[in-house]
Design a protein around this ligand. Structure first.
Ligand SMILES: O=c1[nH]c(=O)c2[nH]c(=O)[nH]c2[nH]1
Length: 343
């Protein structure tokens, strides 16, 4: 037994699963976003753990309140990356003893309902009715680092998709793998390929210039007014950091990455999940110059051809090409992951 009582190596806290729906009313035309927000902070908070001293604790309840306050007042609410940068920067600017903020925003899908338009065959997007058009989520993870002072804030932004469920009924093979005394898998020249895409793309770190002017730091009223009325994109990022392809452009990059992922999945003549994953990552890097690194986690959701030989029916054919009836396996699944980075 050691007498070492241990020490506080790391401490981080905040509010998780802050659920918010924001309606932006532009007359009769409404825009909505639904987010699950996690906002955590680090800083000079050690004594709250080691000395039971709560004087350094911004209550997680207050962090939740700030999240809702900015959901109402931030001009960035419709953009997960911008909103996360705003929330993280806000927390560090408001509380000088907090040095890093870790904001995760998970966005749920809401698409406009299509309704009949003016022409006989036309449809038009409804101004205020929405439906859940997919279970995939948009994720953004922002780490705002003010350890070098409020004038030298740097942010790391990683965004992604989770739970994007896809399936292709041909165009996928898997053979040539190790065969030995443990092998029972039959080589397939034609199989079902299904996965729930989990993707992350990491942007180059960005300086977060011009944090809250000193005049408003610590002055709640001035701060509220500033946030509400004068906050501009240059508040969060300098002009060069707010261009196309940067985290500021996160909505477009997410659309591009989702499209690239789906297109590669559909069109690749897949030799394996591994080989298709690599092409997905390369494609995103090719199209998104500010992205430094792309990671995928792809479960191989197995669909097993059902043996119908007992009924005199061939449901497997040559290498899988004749299979028509499959049994979806809930578990286990393969899990193929990799990170593709720029040299
Ligand atoms: O694409 C695949 N990669 C694997 O590593 C693997 N292993 C397995 O059993 N089936 C598959 N499929």
């Amino acid at each position: 037994m050691s007498n070492d009582p241990g020490f506080l190596e790391r401490a981080r806290y905040g509010k998780d699963k802050v659920r918010v729906l924001r309606v932006v009313r532009e007359g009769a035309w409404h825009q909505i976003v639904e987010y699950n927000v996690c906002a955590l902070v680090e800083g000079e908070i050690d004594v709250s753990y080691t000395e039971a001293d709560n004087s350094v604790v911004v209550a997680t309840d207050s962090i939740k309140n700030i999240t809702y306050f900015l959901a109402k007042t931030s001009p960035h609410i419709l953009h997960p990356e911008r909103f996360a940068l705003h929330l993280g920067t806000f927390l560090l600017a408001r509380y000088a003893h907090l040095r890093k903020a870790f904001i995760t925003v998970e966005q749920l899908r809401w698409a406009r309902v299509a309704v009949p338009g003016s022409g006989a065959t036309e449809t038009t997007e409804h101004p205020h009715s929405f439906w859940r058009d997919g279970d995939d989520k948009r994720i953004t993870n922002v780490e705002v680092d003010a350890t070098k002072g409020l004038g030298n804030i740097v942010a790391k932004v990683t965004s992604g998709i989770s739970d994007l469920l896809v399936l292709k009924s041909t165009g996928s093979a898997f053979h040539g793998f190790v065969t030995d005394e443990y092998t029972t898998l039959v080589p397939a020249t034609d199989r079902v390929f299904s996965t729930a895409v989990d993707a992350r793309w990491e942007f180059s770190p960005i300086p977060v210039l011009n944090p809250l002017p000193a005049s408003v730091v610590g002055d709640k009223q001035a701060l509220a007014t500033f946030v509400k009325e004068t906050l501009s994109r240059e508040f969060v990022l300098g002009a060069q950091e707010s261009g196309a392809g940067t985290p500021w452009d996160g909505v477009n990059i997410a659309a591009l990455a989702r499209k690239a992922t789906l297109e590669v999945f559909a069109t690749d003549d897949s030799a394996s999940v591994q080989a298709t994953l690599y092409k997905m990552g390369q494609r995103v890097l090719a199209e998104a110059p500010h992205v430094q690194r792309v990671s995928y986690g792809l479960p191989n959701k197995h669909y097993v051809p059902v043996d119908l030989r007992w009924a005199g029916l061939d449901n497997v054919g040559d290498g899988g090409a004749g299979a028509e009836v499959f049994m979806p396996l809930a578990a286990p699944s393969g899990l193929i992951s990799a990170t593709i980075a720029r040299r």
